[in-house]
Ligand binder design. Structure first.
Ligand code: SAM
Length: 258
């Protein structure tokens, strides 16, 4: 059977085990309550509740067809609606796969981050990912083969279709083609299309400080190390040379100094 576009998205784009470790490492204590805004199929939340002892999650997405894929789980509250409408308190609030770019103007960004700040418990962290560097405003494609099991392989293509450094707006598209051996059994051009504002790292950090976060840091999108007990370690990136020419990173805002 050919996987649907949500299954392909999870296989090609997301890494819930690594992101769970990262969020716990960035938080630095033992966070139990996860908020996942712009959650899509809530893949991170589902992994969190299954793997964090006593873990609970609330996942919010405006698109019912997408969030429905998450199904019903004890310890997971799914909310179909706008991210601004949910007030549940959490220890970690995550916005993944560049979705912070749905906030197109600075007023919208400040409004959302202010709301996010209000949702955090004591010692809470807000984390979003973004990309940057020399290719950030260049149009082009990047392709990868992803094994799906049962001998199927997905050719995953990420396209930056439009990029305007004057407005900061980009249009990105995701395409999938599924192969069984040499035979293409599914072709999904434009499986997902996004129109985003690509915020820079200092713009995000300044906005976080403006709404009351007391400290901000930049982290890699993967843990630096994981010990034998499965605890991850993540060091803030403080030297631009560590970023490389083009990068994907997490930007974290804290409600208390670490
Ligand atoms: C790029 S996907 C991110 C999925 C997932 N968080 C990830 O890390 O891959 C963005 C999701 O944000 C949702 N979305 C866009 N605007 C929203 C809003 N105002 N409130 C809630 N969800 C929204 C879309 O329906 C879409 O499923």
């Amino acid at each position: 059977m050919v996987p649907d576009r949500h299954t392909l998205y999870e296989a090609c784009v997301q890494s819930p085990p690594e992101m769970t470790l990262m969020l716990r490492a960035i938080h630095g204590e033992d966070p139990k309550l996860l908020g996942e805004d712009f959650a899509g199929t809530a893949a991170l939340s589902r992994h969190w509740i299954a793997n964090v002892e006593g873990g609970e999650a609330v996942a919010v997405d405006i698109d019912a067809e997408t969030l429905e894929v998450a199904g019903a789980h004890q310890s997971l509250r799914t909310v179909v609606g706008d991210v601004h409408k949910v007030a549940d308190k959490v220890d970690c609030l995550f916005v993944g796969n560049f979705s912070i770019g749905y906030l197109h103007s600075r007023d919208e960004l400040i409004g959302y981050l202010s709301h996010a700040r209000q949702r955090l418990n004591k010692n809470g962290v807000f984390v979003c990912d973004t990309y940057g560097g020399e290719t950030a405003f260049i149009r082009g494609n990047s392709a990868r083969d992803v094994k799906l099991g049962n001998g199927l392989v997905c050719k995953y293509l990420w396209e930056q279709r439009e990029a305007d450094p004057i407005t900061g707006m980009v249009t990105n598209a995701i395409h999938f083609r599924v192969f069984d051996g040499d035979e293409a059994i599914a072709d999904m051009p434009d499986a997902f299309i996004y129109r985003w504002r690509l915020w820079s790292l200092p713009e995000l950090r300044d906005a976080m400080l403006q709404v009351g976060f007391v400290a901000t840091d930049i982290y890699s999108s993967l843990p630096d190390a994981v010990d034998d007990e499965g605890n991850a370690y993540a060091e803030p990136i403080t030297d631009p040379d560590w970023l490389g020419d083009s990068f994907i990173v997490c930007v974290a805002g804290r409600t208390a100094k670490p």
